[in-house]
Design a protein around this ligand. Structure first.
Ligand code: ZN
Length: 474
């Protein structure tokens, strides 16, 4: 389950449920007006008791609409259909199995607690099926509920779009509804990230590893179902470094065509940089009173590559450099110990410094920037640690300053920990703990080289850039 939770969502869910939530949860998707629609609960509640309802419908309007179906006798009718219609029966049983697997991914013992909403067979609770459908589950009962109820709010459904950013380390989803005006920032309906390490070993073998491939495609398929369940008419899938460099990228392109019904965009490092710049700088002009002055340098530290992009105005990149240096790639190449040895750290710093010097030679304009904007997981996670957050709250992180001495201090702390200790930090996304030291070295080296005493940390990045482009913003 996601580790991310905004304080505003915690308050909203408390109000929607009319009580304190009893389990840890993350928000899976939202209604057009912005409130949580489905949350994902941890398998154990605060007292350590089993909590089989993994996906929970929280929007009161949705809950009431589903309750009306239930009181109209639809549970009995759907169970009759299961009895009469073999394909429907198989579909419902498959949904129960997949739901149990999904819960078990977090806690293996939880597989035995039943399927959708804890149901072992047949249909018991339409709310649970509908929530699972909205989360991207393949659930014929949930899909049927959706066809009866939607739209839930009297809102415009047109123009909704989704983007998926396939990086080296993670696969991310953003589903949005257009804002009221053509240049307005769109409303977020879902945002998600899973670390599947598609790029694992690509640097060494030149090919995508079969296990990493199937892990990733399973997430891709779920994301596409979720995007469609939320009304996205178009799903754009962009892949960066790892896929770009893999010989067998056609296999991934075929999976994208199947699930997203669109052609995979394998984007060049320069395009990637331009999109990061668009996503990272939209609206920055309004922040000059906080010392955010152009030109802006956007630093996007990925798993397989790092982009450095400079522009004199928000949205429009003037010069971009993509470097073959990323947190996963450097870790695989240079880290030999756990925790990393002093020699490993020295090698990381040397390599990062060397690659950055090459970038500056290729684009001297990089050195003219007055504001450093750091996007993506390395920087946002370091900031979450610097702010001593007990849970990852993007609202607390977005567009706040991280000082160089703080970043250096945290790098030293992280480098002293083992992979296991780093992974156990409450703000660390699963799968990031063992590569964040290399990512932090890249960040600190860039700050030192360009003389930045602080960096603005941004939650918006290439993923936002992809949807802004789809909506004609920027
Ligand atoms: Zn709602």
């Amino acid at each position: 389950m996601g580790i991310e939770l905004r304080t505003a969502d915690l308050i909203a869910v408390r109000e929607q449920l009319g009580r304190e939530p009893t389990t840890r949860f993350s928000v899976v998707c939202r209604c057009g007006p912005g409130h949580p629609l489905v949350i994902r609960n941890a398998p154990l509640d605060a007292n350590g008791e089993p909590f089989p309802t993994t996906y929970w419908l929280t929007c009161p309007i949705a809950v009431r609409a589903v309750s009306r179906l239930e009181s109209g006798g639809w549970i009995a009718k759907l169970n009759e259909r299961i009895h009469d219609d073999e394909a429907f029966d198989e579909g419902v049983e498959a949904a129960h199995r997949a739901y149990a697997d999904d819960r078990a991914a977090e806690l293996p013992d939880a597989r035995g607690w039943g399927g959708v909403g804890g149901t072992r067979t047949g249909v018991k609770c339409l709310h649970a099926h509908y929530a699972y459908h909205l989360a991207g589950g393949e659930d014929p009962v949930g899909a049927w509920v959706a066809s009866r109820l939607e739209p839930l709010h009297s809102e415009r459904l047109g123009g909704r779009v989704a983007a998926i950013d396939q990086g080296t380390n993670s696969i991310r989803l953003l589903v949005v509804a257009p804002g009221p005006g053509p240049r307005d920032v769109p409303a977020e309906l879902a945002r998600d990230m899973v670390i599947t390490r598609l790029g694992q070993g690509v640097d060494r073998t030149g090919r995508i590893d079969p296990q990493a491939f199937s892990r990733t495609v399973a997430v891709l398929a779920r994301y596409c179902r979720r995007a469609r369940a939320l009304g996205a008419g178009r799903i754009r899938v962009a892949a960066t470094s790892a896929v770009r460099d893999a010989e067998n990228r056609d296999e991934f392109a075929a999976a994208v065509r199947e699930h997203a019904d669109s052609d995979l965009e394998v984007i060049t490092g320069e395009r990637e940089a331009g999109l990061s710049f668009l996503g990272g700088t939209l609206g920055l002009e309004t922040m000059s009173s906080s010392g955010v002055e152009p030109p802006y340098l956007v630093l996007d530290i990925g798993g397989g590559s790092t982009e450095l992009v400079v522009g004199a105005r928000a949205r429009r990149a003037d010069r971009a450099i993509s470097t073959p240096m990323g947190s996963v790639r450097l870790t695989e190449r240079l880290v030999t110990g756990d925790p990393p040895t002093p020699e490993d750290l020295a090698a990381l710093e040397r390599e990062a410094g060397h690659i950055i010097e090459g970038a500056v030679r290729g684009a001297p304009a990089l050195a003219d920037a007055r504001t450093l904007v750091s996007v993506a997981g390395t920087a946002t996670t370091l900031q979450a640690i610097a702010l001593e957050l007990e849970r990852y709250d993007p609202d607390r992180i977005h567009r706040t300053w991280l000082a160089l001495d703080e970043a250096e201090r945290i790098l030293v702390e992280l480098a002293r920990m083992t992979n296991e200790e780093r992974a156990a930090l409450p703000v660390m996304a699963p799968g990031r703990g063992d590569v964040i030291v290399a990512g932090a070295v890249i960040l600190v080296t860039v700050m030192r080289r360009f003389g930045f005493a602080r960096t603005l940390v941004s939650e918006t990045d290439i993923l936002d850039g992809l949807v802004f482009e789809m909506l004609g913003i920027g």
